[in-house]
Design a protein around this ligand. Structure first.
Ligand SMILES: [Zn+2]
Length: 472
């Protein structure tokens, strides 16, 4: 990149790039430009027009030399406070994963741990082109908020909320419904709309087996009162549906029960939704519920989600990485590739043969941009490169062994692009990564703090990872 200093007005021009706008007309400018004034996009168009009209006003002009510009990518399900737990639960069964690794890890975290974990996670998110994420519900949202503010990211934060369930760690058991709601209202008051408007606070429900109906209803009503969203794990495993059928007296599972209590509304972001039948897909669609599909986590622990059917039913589906102990890789770029492959292969279940046309590249790009923005209830400001929206964007260098030759740039973004092709990331009009360097934190320092904090945390939580193979 080459910057030219001109006037002192805060206007930046990016030009000579393939601009994939993801706007309603699916416009792509072969040789396009974007003009940014402070935190917003003021023009998108052909490079020649942009330069002609705005050069004299510009503070900085970047010639992108044929690189690709995409809207900032949106990861709609990520557990930032689990990043220090990467590798603590690989190749173990679900009960070991939850009761002996994740719950002890999470219940022993301090706010400082959550802060360091979110910094570490945020660095990986930014490297993969993410400008906005939805926290799935973790520990100490105040620590997350501090990290997000510093990194320069945009986020919808939520805490892990539970008021029921067997076998919970002592420090979590016996938390009242009222306390769950009040503590989230306080978080909202403290952090909502902070960080120059980049941070929003959502309500969390960990999952139905850890929530009373009282909590579900109070969450629904509080979200309406605060005009915010709800993030919840929904229909993750077959046992969850069995549990709900037995305890809530409904004929299928979680989605049916949520429908019965009028919880399925357009501010609900449902993560995974793997175990849903056609009637439940209808319910999700009618309610305007958003679905976060996490392909890697689904393959590892949950099963095949009926994504094609949900998209056909008009449901807004987006993509998430889930947390480090469920996926290890927090790269939304990898999830794009996996989402495409898994859903092509999944057609074997319904049609007896794979379908290479399922989830084409344009669709996958939508999942991580405009659908992501709709899922986090922020599509009035992000998700596409359009005049008036916030300047959240990613610069991709396709001139490397991973992407050359570039015969079909749109498909290459899904099938060839790697995290390493992401060179620069802008959020809210500010560069947060430039030429692969994270700008707002010292990456090496975060890595060293993370190694120390995670070792201490595992010791405190009494988590021992059995050794494998023949270490000498
Ligand atoms: Zn999750």
């Amino acid at each position: 990149m080459e910057a030219q200093q001109t006037k002192s007005v805060a206007v930046t021009i990016l030009h000579n790039a393939t601009i994939v706008t993801m706007d309603p007309d699916a416009r792509v400018f072969r040789n396009g430009g974007v003009v940014i004034e402070r935190d917003a996009i003021v023009a998108v168009g052909q490079s020649s027009d942009i330069l002609h009209q705005f050069s004299s006003l510009a503070h900085q002009i970047f010639d992108l030399n044929g690189q690709i510009v995409l809207p900032g990518l949106i990861n709609t399900h990520v557990h930032t406070s689990q990043q220090l737990g990467r590798g603590i639960a690989d190749d173990v069964d679900l009960m070991t994963w939850l009761h002996h690794r994740i719950w002890p890890y999470e219940s022993n975290m301090s706010e400082e741990d959550s802060y360091i974990s979110t910094l570490l996670c945020g660095i990986e998110l930014i490297h993969s082109g993410v400008t906005c994420f939805a926290e799935a519900g973790g520990q100490h949202a105040s620590g997350m908020a501090r990290a997000v503010e510093l990194l320069g990211l945009r986020a919808c934060l939520a805490e892990s909320i539970m008021d029921a369930g067997d076998g919970l760690p002592a420090s979590w058991a016996g938390r009242s419904t009222d306390d769950c709601i009040q503590s989230q209202k306080e978080l909202y008051k403290k952090h909502h709309n902070t960080g120059d408007g980049r941070i929003r606070v959502w309500l969390g429900i960990r999952q139905i087996m850890n929530a009373t109906d009282g909590l579900l209803l109070a969450t629904r009503d509080t979200a309406k009162e605060l005009k915010t969203g709800i993030h919840m794990h929904v229909a993750e495993i077959a046992y969850e549906n069995q549990f709900v059928t037995e305890t809530r007296k409904v004929d299928h599972g979680t989605v049916m029960h949520l429908e019965k209590i009028q919880f399925l509304q357009d501010n609900l972001l449902a993560a995974h939704t793997v175990w849903v039948n056609p009637a439940e897909i209808d319910c999700l669609s009618r309610g305007g519920v958003k679905v976060s599909h996490c392909p890697a986590a689904a393959m590892r622990m949950l099963g095949f989600a009926p994504i094609r059917e949900m998209l056909d039913a008009g449901i807004c589906v987006s993509l998430g990485t889930d947390g480090a102990p469920s996926n290890n890789r927090m790269s939304i770029v990898d999830e794009m590739y996996l989402a495409s492959l898994i859903n092509k292969g999944r057609e074997v279940h319904t049609n007896g043969t794979t379908d290479p046309t399922a989830l084409p590249a344009e669709t996958v790009l939508k999942l991580v941009t405009i659908n992501g923005a709709k899922s986090v209830l922020w599509d009035d400001e992000i998700g596409s490169l359009e005049v008036g929206k916030k300047a959240d964007l990613v610069v991709i260098n396709p001139s490397s062994w991973t992407m050359v030759p570039l015969h079909d740039s749109i498909s290459s973004l899904v099938y060839c692009m790697r995290t390493e092709n992401v060179v620069s990331v802008m959020c809210n009009g500010e560069w947060i990564m430039k030429d692969k360097k994270i700008l707002n934190v010292d990456e090496e320092e975060v890595l060293s703090k993370a190694k120390h904090a995670s070792a201490e945390l595992l010791k405190r939580a009494g988590i021992k990872i059995p050794s494998r193979m023949n270490f000498l």
